[in-house]
Design a protein around this ligand. Structure first.
Ligand SMILES: Cc1cc2nc3c(=O)[nH]c(=O)nc-3n(C[C@H](O)[C@H](O)[C@H](O)COP(=O)(O)OP(=O)(O)OC[C@H]3O[C@@H](n4cnc5c(N)ncnc54)[C@H](O)[C@@H]3O)c2cc1C
Ligand SMILES: C[S@@+](CC[C@H](N)C(=O)[O-])C[C@H]1O[C@@H](n2cnc3c(N)ncnc32)[C@H](O)[C@@H]1O
Length: 668
């Protein structure tokens, strides 16, 4: 659903009020003191933050993000009380997010919180429906805003919350935020030590929370309010059946949090980044002479969103990944190696035009909007024959530079020229052996080496496919330098960077080499000509066919369903015997834990969209490893689980096989 922003009016003190709910966002007496008293004190957060050890992460959940005042106060307290190395993960659900300008105006009321509100305002971008991950304080503080109806969003969350703030407007004005369905989600998501606090003392709220399993108590309310409520989880609800093949892997107690990441492309570097910011030591083992030698080595990659109006798991992943990648790039502000210049997807035929009309209805205009050929030409700075969709927050990135930035953390070391040919495990420690006889050890290994992962016996069953592609680098002319945004259709071209345009990309199922070919350069030039005859002419027209063959060729790694593979790896043979009954009964609710290679994970198959999916995949993997709330809905994480193919093969009584070559329409 497109986003619904908060409708506000402002009182004579400059405080925001909701026009929809006719209620205040915080106490008129002192919002700040109310937050400290009701939510921080009654969840005992000063003491709990002070008791955290390095490596611990406390998770706070909130109903109603509003202006973020509670979040900022919580962050400020965390910073005062917690040791370095501890982390805060604040998860808040919000159906009507404030527009950035309204947020700025509301937070200007609290100059004493500027140190926190400024970074929040900077990170509060590209906010779209669903789970939105924002990193603050160098990743020490994570804010996940769930944009949508509270009980629906919480029902999709996979994680455990230690302390709840219930802050969803007065129950009399907004009963949706105080429903039984919501209370049962709070109980389901509560950690065994979970507490909660709320400003209201309404009897039906107290009784509803008691019925959900919380022991509740009344205390003196803030300011003129007589009473408020707080509580602790007393009776955890019985968990419903969870498919063991998708359940999280349990790691034994680790003497050192150290991971070997095999492969130094976008997936490997993103995994290293996400683990290092959680305090893990990471060794990236890369076969090439430097990082990003394979698919991640293009000069310019596009932040290309292939969405679906049906909001499929892939589309949800792409939307969440786009927001995460874009906000992450903001932390790399000094870089000349990316540009949020916007991206045009041209409606190049009738079918694409219909698809785009559906997308324009299904997504917010802040994400994408329909433009006609005139507006498209104005946005591009180059004449275009067709209109299409414009994505203002999109743009291009240099993947190789991004990889280097992602691993620039003191806990990450990179070893080049380390082609791993064997993995073995002894007494809880993995040994990764290189072709040259060197070896490395750690309790956790993440395979991020794209389709080459299949060469290791533990991953040989994964149905990965390699599809060759080539991008071309063509000299910019004075006229083509006018190109202001990325333009895409069956191919794409980016604005000039260092005097060159990157354009692409070919799709070839054979051979599996990474040599540049003149034939594929000719293909790229032909796609450019179809994309914009004016741009083609501006860049030299026929003369382009004599241009030197320059660019990058590599293999994209894809899975049959075009979703990536992110998560722990099962022992394929033991999986088949443990769950053999699924062959007869596909609905069997197996209880036996999934037989896994303990400590072995994969981050693979990012296809044509690694810039959008790989950074979020790193977060997902790190959250799984650290038993933290997942950054995407549980159903989307299940859809990306590497076990899905073993499961499907059992149910269909087949062996997992290689995907059939198939060209995903409209990309690159
Ligand atoms: C021509 C082309 C154009 C593309 N355009 C775009 C685009 O515009 N936008 C976009 O988002 N995506 C694009 N992509 C896709 C994107 O580049 C990939 O999704 C992404 O780079 C995948 O990253 P990765 O880390 O999974 O794989 P890779 O970058 O391939 O990294 C795998 C790494 O593992 C290493 N390795 C392999 N085997 C071993 C081993 N045994 N031991 C140690 N290391 C090993 C390799 O050397 C390699 O560096 C394009 C891809 C291609 C090929
Ligand atoms: C009192 S305000 C929250 C104030 C906020 N905690 C702060 O620090 O500014 C209540 C919030 O709940 C949100 N809300 C109301 N109904 C909702 C629903 N059904 N699902 C999710 N959020 C909802 C409102 O948009 C509003 O932002």
């Amino acid at each position: 659903m497109p986003i619904q922003h908060a409708q506000l009016h402002w009182d004579d003190q400059g405080q925001p009020l909701s026009s929809t709910h006719d209620d205040v966002y915080f106490s008129r007496e002192s919002g700040l003191e109310e937050t400290r008293y009701v939510f921080l004190q009654h969840n005992a957060l000063p003491e709990r933050f002070a008791a955290l050890r390095a490596g611990d992460c406390l998770v706070v959940g909130e109903t109603g993000f509003g202006t973020g005042l509670n979040f900022l106060c919580c962050w400020a307290l965390f910073e005062q009380q917690a040791v370095a190395g501890a982390r805060l993960h604040f998860i808040s659900v919000e159906k009507f997010p404030l527009q950035p300008d309204d947020l700025r105006k509301a937070l200007a009321l609290w100059p004493q919180l500027e140190r926190y509100s400024n970074p929040l305002l900077q990170a509060y971008q590209v906010i779209q429906p669903g789970m939105q991950t924002l990193l603050l304080a160098d990743g020490r503080v994570q804010l996940t805003v769930l944009i949508g109806e509270a009980s629906e969003q919480l029902a999709q969350l996979d994680g455990q919350v230690n302390a709840w703030f219930l802050d969803g407007f007065a129950p009399s004005k907004n009963p949706d935020m105080w429903s039984e369905a919501l209370f049962s989600q709070l109980a389901r998501l509560s950690a065994p030590d979970a507490t909660l606090a709320t400003f209201t003392s309404a009897g039906f709220v107290r009784r509803g929370l008691q019925a959900a399993g919380f022991a509740m108590q009344r205390s003196k309310g803030f300011g003129h309010k007589r009473e408020m409520l707080s509580g602790t989880l007393e009776t955890a609800p019985l968990p419903s059946w969870r498919a063991p093949w998708f359940a999280r892997s349990v790691l034994p107690e680790l003497s050192e949090r150290h991971a070997l990441v095999i492969g130094g492309g976008l997936a490997g570097c993103s995994t290293a980044f996400s683990l290092a910011r959680r305090g893990w030591r990471v060794t990236v083992l890369e076969a090439g002479e430097h990082l990003a030698t394979a698919a991640s080595g293009n000069a310019q990659g596009m932040l290309y969103l292939k969405l679906s109006a049906a909001h499929t798991p892939l589309s949800q992943l792409v939307l969440a990944g786009f927001g995460y990648s874009r906000r992450l790039l903001e932390h790399w502000q000094e870089s000349q190696q990316w540009q949020a210049c916007g991206l045009l997807q041209l409606a190049w035929n009738e079918q694409e035009s219909k698809r785009q009309q559906q997308l324009a209805q299904a997504f917010s205009s802040s994400l994408l909007r329909a433009v006609d050929a005139d507006e498209a030409s104005q946005l591009a700075g180059i004449e275009l024959a067709a209109g299409g969709l414009f994505y203002p927050d999109s743009g291009w990135v240099s993947p190789a530079h991004l990889c280097r930035w992602l691993v620039s953390h003191p806990l990450i070391s990179v070893v080049n020229c380390a082609r791993i040919s064997r993995l073995s495990q002894h007494q809880g420690l993995w040994q990764a052996s290189g072709e040259d006889g060197r070896s490395w050890h750690a309790p956790v290994v993440v395979l991020a080496n794209a389709a080459d992962a299949r060469q290791l016996p533990q991953a040989a069953h994964l149905p990965l496919k390699a599809i060759r592609g080539q991008t071309s680098l063509l000299s910019a002319s004075d006229a083509s330098a006018a190109l202001r945004c990325v333009v895409s259709a069956e191919g794409y071209i980016a604005p000039a960077h260092n005097g060159l345009h990157c354009t692409g990309a070919s799709f070839v199922f054979d051979p599996h080499s990474s040599e540049l070919t003149a034939l594929e350069q000719a293909d790229n030039i032909q796609r450019l000509q179809q994309l914009s005859p004016a741009l083609y002419q501006a860049m030299g027209g026929e003369l382009l066919h004599g241009a030197p063959v320059r660019g990058h060729a590599a293999l994209r790694c894809t899975a049959p369903d075009y979703l990536p593979l992110i998560g722990p790896l099962a022992d394929a043979n033991a999986f088949g015997s443990t769950y053999a009954r699924l062959r007869q009964d596909a609905r069997w609710q197996a209880k036996a834990p999934c037989p896994r290679h303990t400590g072995l994970y994969v981050n693979l198959a990012h296809g044509s969209r690694g810039l959008i999916t790989a950074p979020l995949a790193g977060e997902l993997l790190a959250a799984q490893l650290c038993h933290e709330p997942l950054p995407i809905p549980q159903a989307v994480a299940d859809a990306c689980h590497p076990d899905r193919f073993l499961l499907r093969a059992l149910i269909r009584q087949q062996r997992p096989s290689s995907p059939q070559p198939e060209m995903p329409a409209g990309f690159c």
